[in-house]
Design a binder for this molecule. Structure first.
Ligand code: NDP
Length: 451
């Protein structure tokens, strides 16, 4: 049975539950603390595997997947977990942990947590990106120890193995957060299923290594980058060349990932890191969902080589790179204003700021700045628009043959809309009247004059 009491932390560390009352209606609790997380845990692995199967066995046709024959075909060919895949995954995670720990890089302190802690990160993402790709390409194309397209060839087995390993890891994280947490930002909501799904710790670490930085950045984003390179190589191994559609799509994805690692410090001040605990939602999300879903366009292009005209290639590159620059500029603007305590210029003028306060769990009051000029004066989450556009630019090269590669775009749109709402609820809770004032000054949520 689900008990009807939910223990809540400050600033919504517990996911999107009614914050004003510590006791909420039993049916709501049943849905949010038991059924909803349980359904997501049960359904999301199947979705990833079905999408993979649809790409490999049904030519990327989602319409075929929903027919009994198509569905049965994918089920018959579902990949099996393997020891070699487990060794590849564990070796990769260990390698990333060593790079994170040993590569030189500035020590960076993240934003203060609800319990008043400032987590420590190492800023060596670009170094890790270069070393990882040098080792992968050196071992495959250089020493010919394995074909560079190996990740495409073994993708199904890697996905299902990662999925099973991650189920176990999330269980370890769950117990560790309850019994021996790494810091004070930990605890139970009183609901085991929700705790497993959402996590019991905000910043779990092992021997000083921050697990969120390791998994979100170095495992999730790094594997996306390696998969993109490997998918390009797999197309070359099959057709003897890399099509312009693959080149444009891969180039934009790699540019996005390079920007991510350049801006990794900034990522440590985003919702994933500041707000979301490290449980199934994040840990499984970045280890299985991200490699399985974000790479759909590249995966599809391996067996669908298309040649784009020079004009189409140039237009897509222009759209993607412009959107990437705008997204970076918005993130950078906000972080620079905070870092310099407002002593900077935004679009050539002094920034317009709201001075906000918030209180952490240890009772201390802190100050913060809410920017309402520049991109942050156009809309409260304007940067989500270019985030979507850059993904559109690397997906459009797949053409209009099948719907599968567009799945990521639909998912991203839903994710960003949901995230916008979650972030605003969290900010209202944290800053109260100051955030209301910001919402009055900046009326639009994402697209000025539209939404
Ligand atoms: P944001 O970068 O929007 O950060 C939200 C936080 O910024 C808020 O919680 C608040 O934190 C602070 N903030 C909000 N408004 C203001 C303001 N006006 N002035 C100053 N600070 C403010 O969050 P995301 O984590 O959603 O996005 C980060 C990046 O990641 C973006 O580039 C986004 O596009 C990208 N992204 C990519 C996704 C993907 O899967 N491809 C998914 C989601 C995001 P505080 O508590 O510090 O005040």
């Amino acid at each position: 049975m689900v008990n009807d009491e939910v223990r809540l932390d400050r600033h919504g560390v517990t996911p999107d539950l009614p914050k004003s009352r510590s006791r909420v209606r039993g049916s709501t609790v049943f849905l949010r603390c038991f059924l909803f997380p349980l359904v997501l845990i049960a359904v999301t692995p199947s979705v990833v595997l079905l999408l993979w199967g649809c790409g490999v066995w049904l030519d990327g046709s989602l319409a075929a997947l929903v027919t009994p024959a198509g569905f049965a075909r994918v089920l018959r060919h579902l990949p099996a977990p393997s020891l070699s895949a487990a060794l590849m995954i564990c070796g990769f995670v260990l390698f990333q942990a060593v790079l994170l720990k040993l590569l030189p890089g500035r020590v960076h302190r993240g934003p203060v947590t609800p319990a008043g802690v400032r987590p420590v990160y190492r800023a060596n993402g670009i170094g890790a990106l270069l070393v990882t790709h040098a080792v992968f390409l050196g071992a495959s194309a250089g020493l010919r120890l394995f074909p560079a397209g190996i990740l495409y060839d073994r993708f199904g087995s890697l996905l299902i193995t990662a999925c099973l390993l991650c189920f176990g890891l999330c269980l370890v994280l769950y117990y560790r957060g309850l019994r021996r947490p790494s810091g004070p930002d930990a605890g139970s909501t009183g609901h085991p299923v929700l705790d497993y799904f959402w996590g019991t710790e905000l910043h779990p670490s092992v021997r000083g290594l921050d697990l969120k930085q390791l998994f979100n950045c170095r495992v999730g984003m790094m594997s996306w980058s390696l998969l993109t390179v490997s998918f390009g190589a797999a197309q070359y191994e099959r057709t003897g060349s890399v099509s312009s559609a693959m080149a444009v799509s891969a180039f934009l994805q790699l540019a996005y990932i390079l920007k991510f690692f350049y801006w990794e410090d900034g990522y440590c001040a985003t919702l994933d890191i500041m707000h979301d605990r490290f449980g199934y939602y994040l840990c499984w999300g970045v280890t299985v969902w991200l490699p399985g879903v974000y790479t759909l366009a590249g995966h599809y292009l391996v067996t669908h080589p298309r040649q784009l005209s020079w004009t189409a290639s140039a237009a897509l590159l222009l759209l993607g790179l412009t959107a990437l620059a705008l997204n970076y500029s918005a993130d950078e603007q906000k972080q620079r204003v905070r870092r310099t305590h407002g002593e900077t210029r935004v679009w050539g003028s002094p920034p317009k700021l709201i001075h906000a306060r918030f209180t952490t769990g240890d009772g201390e009051t802190h100050r913060s700045l809410l920017l309402y000029s520049g991109w942050w004066g156009l809309a409260r989450h304007f940067h989500y628009l270019p985030e979507f556009l850059v993904a559109l630019a690397w997906t459009l090269p797949v053409g209009h043959g099948h719907a599968l590669p567009y799945f990521y775009l639909v998912y991203l749109a839903v994710l960003l809309l949901d995230r916008c709402g979650r972030d605003e609820r969290r900010c209202r809770e944290k800053y109260g009247a100051a955030y209301e004032e910001y919402c009055q000054k900046v009326r639009w949520r994402i697209i000025p004059r539209v939404y």
